[in-house]
Design a protein around this ligand. Structure first.
Ligand code: ATP
Ligand code: MG
Length: 362
């Protein structure tokens, strides 16, 4: 069988990033050879420690190797200094820009705590909205009301259309996977895409997001297979917490997506479980949703599952769905059995014990 070589950049970053990213590499190396996949790894640097050593949080070499030599990457975490440090800014934000990783994809799913089964993906636009960071402060005399500040919220038709298209593709893919798996464990019988906005107030910006998303999702391949609904973001939050099982794929502009995805992550119990991927054209970076977790750094108890799931998610966007499915299944088996869990899930196991258990199940 012909084999495909995937070149993966490994960027552990800071804190527990260094304890969990090696697990991502190990699970890729442990995939059965029948999948016909081979991996080549490049060890790359970014983060606060890199900044302190070299003066650059995101060295040029890291970007060049990712751009020219890699198919995908795994990114751990970077610590955010408590006070602003001159010259330092987040390398992952810069990387999303430089590689045009326009979508942030965050699946949120329960396995063990199935009191409320949840299985949703939040697809967040990653390049515009208030995150263009065009803010200014205008000084006025007190007699005129004093100073005020304002920020640009920029929404484009192109970015809205491509993020909605990605949400549609993800919904189709999820349905394909559900159809092909014999188990009836899925909580969704029909694929649903929910467009989130606040166009009742922001009729031009969110209004454009709404109409451009609608237009993209009216393409025949989507319209024939998917249910498309809209929800105003505030009522979305309410329903997300009351009835999370109702959601399948959610597409949102940058800010709402940021807030919704942290809120949804809270529903599943531990940040140590939640993966994400930063996705562009033909490139994906898997990134656990948690940060550098300084409170547990160096103790060997960080939950590796967010990273392992991010590794699988990266593979999905590199069109290796079978390999991804094997990793998800091994993780689910570990969680369902519930014997070897890290302390964030109420267990006593170490990172290493959980990794070994999942590799065994793979
Ligand atoms: P940062 O500034 O890097 O984001 P933080 O202090 O916000 O750091 P987070 O990494 O966001 O820390 O974690 C928030 C909480 O969740 C911490 O108590 C942390 O220990 C816990 N946590 C995060 N990731 C994991 C993990 N993989 N396993 C176990 N606990 C985790
Ligand atoms: Mg944090």
């Amino acid at each position: 069988m012909a084999s495909r070589v995937l070149r993966i950049g490994l960027i552990p970053g800071d804190g527990i990033g260094r304890e969990v990213i090696p697990a991502g590499r190990r699970i890729l190396e442990a995939l059965p050879s029948s999948l016909g996949l081979k991996f080549e790894f490049s060890d790359l640097h970014a983060g606060f420690e890199t900044f302190e050593k070299t003066g650059a949080a995101l060295p040029d070499r890291t970007v060049e190797v990712l751009r020219n030599e890699c198919d995908g990457a795994l990114f751990g975490a970077v610590s955010s200094p408590t006070k602003a440090v001159k010259g330092y800014s987040s390398p992952i934000v810069a990387l999303r820009k430089k590689l045009d990783l326009y979508a942030n994809v965050r699946p949120v799913k329960t396995v063990r705590t199935a009191a409320k089964p949840i299985d949703m993906v939040i697809v967040r636009e990653n390049t515009e909205d208030l995150y263009v960071k065009e803010e200014r402060t205008i000084e006025r005399p007190d007699s005129e009301g004093g100073k005020y500040a304002e920020a640009i919220k920029r929404i484009s038709e192109r970015a809205s259309s491509r993020i909605a298209t990605m949400a549609g593709e993800i919904a189709l893919r999820r349905q394909k996977i559900r159809d092909s798996s014999s188990s009836s464990s899925s909580i969704h019988s029909h694929p649903l895409v929910t467009i989130t906005h606040k166009s009742n107030v922001l009729s031009q910006t969110d209004g454009l997001f709404r109409t451009a998303s609608r237009a993209a999702l009216s393409a025949p391949r989507f319209a024939s297979a998917l249910t498309i609904e809209e929800q105003i973001v505030d009522s979305m939050v309410y329903k997300l917490f009351r009835q999370p099982e109702a959601y399948d794929v959610i597409v949102a502009p940058n800010l709402y997506g940021d807030i919704l995805s942290d809120g949804a992550a809270a529903l599943v119990g531990s940040l140590g479980l939640v993966p994400s991927a930063n996705v562009g054209e033909g490139f994906a970076i898997g990134e656990p949703c948690h940060g550098s977790a300084p409170d547990i750094e160096g103790k060997g108890i960080a939950n590796p599952i967010a990273t392992l799931r991010s590794t699988a998610l990266m593979l999905e966007f590199l069109n290796e769905e079978d390999a991804a499915a094997k990793i998800y299944a091994a993780i689910d088996a570990n969680l369902e059995e519930g014997k070897l869990l890290t302390p964030d899930l109420g267990g006593k196991a170490t990172t290493e014990e959980v990794v070994q258990d999942i590799l065994k199940k793979l």
